[in-house]
Design a protein around this ligand. Structure first.
Ligand code: ZN
Length: 275
């Protein structure tokens, strides 16, 4: 079928070819892309180019944005969408603002007794409803490994969550998923995490205690883990992993396990860490 969208896509890709060596350097810096198939690799590269054409990256003074840095950001932004089809999942914003460092922003929190607290909080990222995504560049540079931290995926998960209203930990689910299954998996894990922290605020929790903040943060943090520490997430909260796998339609845990079994870097690492 003749499609204007497909034609635009082909034209954009033809006009903005990616130097294969440049893409290899980006791949090398982003371990979480290890194990993608050749077909996935190509799709990710193309969608990264389209993302950079579609969004404005506004780098504040102190952030050096060259072609490699732009691709580094775009590839991480596109990883969660890799199997979500051509729908415009990032339609809710067109600007990403990059700060040279963590920034202060006003925070508001209503406690259990109904009192509103306001304070200035230091943040490395923020996603505004109907507004830009803000990222501290050092946080972007620290992302991309299998360490359970990914600022880009965290903030963009908030954007996915906002597609159907305020961020509340429930993004628009696919028709083969059930809201009740999602809610019960998330609630159970959220309650478990909060119980541990109520018992001991310094508890060594399996995932970042920031996830216990509210359901929106729980979804953003578990999305980070899903892509960057799927083994930890699947072990701590298997039902959450299963729901996220249904939502993102990918299985990073299978990818990571395959790497451990086959990839020389990962086997070496595996042997060291078990020794
Ligand atoms: Zn957040």
């Amino acid at each position: 079928m003749w499609s204007l969208q497909a034609w635009r896509r082909r034209r954009t890709l033809a006009r903005h070819p990616v130097d294969p060596q440049l893409w290899q350097r980006v791949r090398h810096r982003l371990a979480i892309l290890d194990g993608l198939s050749a077909e996935e690799d190509q799709r990710l590269r193309e969608s990264s180019v389209l993302f950079l054409q579609d969004k404005v990256l506004n780098a504040l003074s102190g952030v050096e944005l060259d072609a490699e840095a732009r691709l580094l950001l775009a590839a991480q932004a596109q990883l969660p969408l890799l199997h979500l089809g051509d729908l415009n999942w990032y339609q809710g914003f067109h600007e990403i603002v990059l700060y040279p460092d963590d920034f202060l922003s006003p925070q508001r929190h209503r406690d259990a007794s109904g009192v509103e607290h306001e304070w200035e909080g230091e943040h490395s990222g923020e996603a505004w409803q109907q507004g830009p995504v803000i990222l501290a560049w050092p946080g972007v540079l620290a992302s991309g490994g299998w360490e359970g931290y990914n600022l880009v995926i965290h903030e963009l998960a908030h954007k996915l969550d906002m597609l159907n209203g305020n961020a509340n930990g429930l993004p628009p689910l696919h028709s083969d998923m059930r809201v009740s299954d999602w809610a019960s998996a998330m609630q159970h894990a959220f309650d478990d995490l909060n119980r541990q922290l109520d018992h001991n605020p310094d508890a060594e929790t399996a995932i970042d205690p920031y996830a216990a903040e509210d359901p929106a943060e729980f979804f953003a943090v578990t999305s980070e883990y899903f892509f960057s520490a799927p083994d930890l997430l699947a072990k701590a909260y298997p039902e959450v992993y299963r729901q996220l796998k249904g939502f993102y339609r990918q299985d990073p845990l299978a990818r990571l396990q395959h790497l451990h079994g086959t990839h020389p870097d990962y086997q070496a690492h595996h042997d060291q860490s078990s020794g």
